[in-house]
Design a protein around this ligand. Sequence first.
Ligand code: MCA
Ligand code: AMP
Length: 483
Amino acid sequence: MPPLFPALAARAERPALRFGDRTLTHAELADAAGSLAVRIAGARRIAVWATPTLGTAVGVVAGLLAAVPVIPVNPRSGERELAHVVSDSAPELVVAEPGVVLPPALAALGRVDSTEPGGTPQGAPAGPFPEHDPEAPALIVYTSGTTGPPKGAVLPRRALVATLDALEDAWRWTADDVLVHALPLFHVHGLILGVLGPLRRGGSVRHLGRFDLDGVTRELSSGATMLFGVPTMYHRIAEALPGDPALAEALSGARLLVSGSAALPVHDHRRIVAATGRRVVERYGMTETLMNTSVRVDGEPRAGTVGVPLRGVELRLVDESGGAIEAYDGETVGEIQVRGANLFTEYLNRPDATEAAFTDGWFRTGDMAIRDPDGHVRIVGRKATDLIKSGGYKIGAGEIENALLEHPGVREAAVTGEPDADLGERIVAWIVPAHAEAPPSAGELADHVAAQLAAHKRPRTVRYLDALPRNDMGKIMKRALHD
Ligand code: MCA
Ligand code: AMP
């Protein structure tokens, strides 16, 4: 297979990565990742402690060079979630920034500090590394389901190439593009699109470390051409624009603004266009499928749609009886199913879940959509009410319920998502306290979930009840909660 990162192989002297004041050219990245690759070569799998830093990018690229599968780990994982990811994926080594203190769950693994070129002789040999098998696992990315702990989606090299090259086509993405973003590096959006994307094109990325409007303004005013974000970020931009002319000017100069991971409300699309003259392009993807559709830069601006299938992606809508819907009528709703080289190969250690995810070779996304006469896809909802999208993160109600039930002050718990202007949906916990006279506070329950699972999975609202509404079978009736 030709190199995943041609500019790296060619040792280009152009900037590749910038995190804060630390930068690497493609040639320097070849050295840094190449020398790290030598140290991890032969490992069965590695975890990368995915702080939003240069070392994470170097660690992941090193894994790809050495053909060692990489598990990017949320550095804010709570205890239970981290223990699950580590025992399920069984990495041999963990790559982390020098000096970072790792939690006990990772202590038993060998640790390798991510390197910078300063620590390596210039021009250190970056190989030779094994021949790369396109079907071999490149990354294992954990993603939540409705119940149970997150599953590891095994992403082969072939899927990374397919998705990144299809986006090159849809977005006219080139080596001249300079991307800015502030997305976490343990999910597809921030890591595969946001770091590996620019590297594959031979362009560059500037990561802000954390999202803030000043950083977006600064970078788009000083050479950055593209912005990637989740709808929460664009919502915050839309809110700020009327009082922030510098932000408006910076955005007006951008070549491409891309939103994904959840639906961007049309109201926010409109406010951004009105203040900047630039439209936001939406694309639709999933951890298991990488990118499926996008509005094309050379196509019609179509706010409220996720565009058309990307090159190489087959997409169909299927009705409840499993029949393909032929209509492009802007009204017949069906489940989106996809097929193509962009798909994952399996859920790690979960043949049952893998089998259930496919039907006749088509992957069931669980997203419900309609198709306009011109082929544009509009997502109208999702099949599972127990999946919540908050801030662009996919969160399963079941895992939060399980964590809440372990709190001694909780007798019964149900979790739902409620519309939220900023987060899209916010997590609401419905609690029957163990002792009505002394219920655990909302803050205590949020801290408990953050410590067990992850900060973004914490309930933002807690409502207390005497009993949960249940049907004759004893099943919690979640719809009745909101009534
Ligand atoms: C607050 N914090 C806490 C607690 N409360 N920590 C521990 N315990 C608590 N009880 C901390 C947080 O850790 C954080 O620290 C700070 O408070 C604020 O966190 P939070 O409230 O979560 O921030 P937010 O304002 O809600 O964040 C909004 C966000 C974020 C920045 C938009 O949601 C985000 O980064 N979303 C991106 C999600 C994403 O990339 N999804 C892609 C997956 P501190 O202040 O230090 O940070 S989807 C995907 O990949 C598919 C393929 C696709 O289509 O893209
Ligand atoms: P994840 O599993 O975290 O990768 O999230 C994938 C899910 O995010 C999809 O199944 C969709 O429900 C949702 N999603 C991603 N992009 C979009 C978008 N542009 N509009 C609406 N939903 C989206």
